[in-house]
Ligand binder design. Structure first.
Ligand code: ASP
Ligand code: MG
Length: 398
């Protein structure tokens, strides 16, 4: 059972989660992974940046893991106060061994001996999410939102199911706060789920879904309130309808368009691959004679991406004919099986955006997704229009 930051944002919610875990523990051994309370991680990042920007990554990891350490200990205390045995453990104590990339470590191995022993001793085991320890014995973090990955990794290591609890009862066809008739999706395959996460839906950590796919772990996304019984199951080969299943958006992206000179198309491709390896998303290359147009877009992160774009442009030096960085943009994505290959889908999307008077500044296709770059102020209208065009639903009042 994994509980995110908003589910344990204050002591009252922490108590409710404790009650839910204790109830479950009456019939089954439980390992619960918990995130930092509320917006704690953001606040810690903010403080570190005030002292040094960027902060040293090792110390930032030390700092950020304290958020999960606080919430795991408080949750264990809350469970014990109900008379149920419980113990909290750090990622390191749970044997979550990672590589040494601070801030975005990958799990290499899980040695869950301590968890197994504590379960055998009758404890509920509460694990601080989002963290591990490297082979060099350094504390590492798995990237923002990484507690999901902790949960999937432990489920795989223990042969358990993975239940992810949050303040929504599953994955929706759009953000229900923005689209009144958004519908819950009963089942999704791993690829569509990953495309949704990449498109900006704040549902599950992309690495968690990848890991679940690699290990064949089904993920059950559920509401933290026991009375709300809906769920979304993410698994292999669900009963899949082709076509757009969901519309997601990324509210703040920047794009870099580069006109490259005198590069053979093959070299442009190699270059694109290298840039893609830097973690840049939505990479697309148009071949244009001997040169090429390279277009990158990335979530804006406090100006960091603009510095990165400038550095990329500088590094490419004389091959760049023209460079243009654009900000104030958003990316709106249609996600589902086959959306990247069926011509009727872009056609319908373009018509819907046109009718909603949304100006399209760029188009990207990716596995299971078709994405439009639009002005940030058109983002919401684009989401609503695309959702209505592909998913619709009962008419809503207001
Ligand atoms: N607390 C971390 C974050 O805010 C990890 C997580 O929530 O999964 O990114
Ligand atoms: Mg979180």
């Amino acid at each position: 059972m994994k509980f995110g930051g908003s589910s344990v944002a204050d002591l009252e919610r922490m108590r409710r989660v404790a009650a839910r875990i204790a109830e479950r523990a009456r019939t089954q051994p439980v390992v619960a992974v918990v995130s930092a309370m509320g917006k704690t991680t953001n606040e810690l990042v903010r403080m570190a940046r005030e002292l040094a920007d960027p902060p040293p990554t090792r110390e930032l990891d030390m700092l950020l893991t304290t958020g999960e350490r606080s919430s795991m200990a408080l949750l264990a205390i809350a469970i014990r106060s109900r008379g149920q045995q419980a113990i909290s453990l750090t990622g390191s104590q749970c044997g979550i061994i990672t590589d040494h990339q601070h801030g975005r470590a990958r799990i290499m191995e899980v040695r869950p001996f301590r968890i197994v022993d504590e379960l055998a001793a009758g404890n509920v085991v509460i694990v601080g999410g989002f963290q591990g320890v490297s082979y060099k014995r350094e504390v590492t973090t798995l990237g923002r939102g990484g507690s999901d990955t902790t949960a999937v990794a432990l489920a795989a290591a223990l042969g358990a199911d993975c239940e992810i609890y949050s303040d929504v009862d599953g994955v929706y066809s759009a953000d229900p706060r923005e689209v009144a008739d958004a519908q819950r999706i009963a089942e999704l395959d791993y690829e569509a789920m990953q495309a949704l996460a990449r498109a900006g839906a704040k549902v599950l950590h992309a690495q968690a879904v990848q890991l679940a796919e690699d290990r064949g772990i089904a993920i059950y996304a559920r509401h933290v309130e026991p009375g709300i019984s809906g769920q979304t199951v993410i698994r292999r080969n669900p009963v899949e309808r082709p076509g757009v299943r969901a519309v997601a958006s990324d509210p703040a992206i920047a794009t870099l368009d580069l006109e490259l000179r005198a590069l053979a198309p093959a070299r442009v491709g190699a270059l694109a691959e290298r840039l893609g390896g830097l973690g840049l998303r939505y990479l697309r290359v148009d071949e244009r004679g001997a040169g090429g147009l390279l277009s990158l877009s990335q979530r804006t992160d406090a100006g960091a991406i603009l510095r990165r774009f400038a550095a990329i442009t500088r590094a490419l030096g004389p091959v760049v004919d023209a460079a243009q960085i654009r900000e104030g943009l958003a990316m709106v994505s249609c996600v589902g099986a086959g959306v990247e290959e069926r011509p009727e889908i872009p056609k319908r999307a373009l018509a819907a955006l046109d009718a909603a008077k949304v100006v399209i500044r760029g188009v990207r296709t990716d596995t299971r997704s078709l994405a439009f770059v639009v002005a940030a102020e058109h983002r919401r209208a684009a989401v609503v229009a695309l959702h209505a065009a592909f998913i619709g639903g009962p008419p809503t009042a207001g």
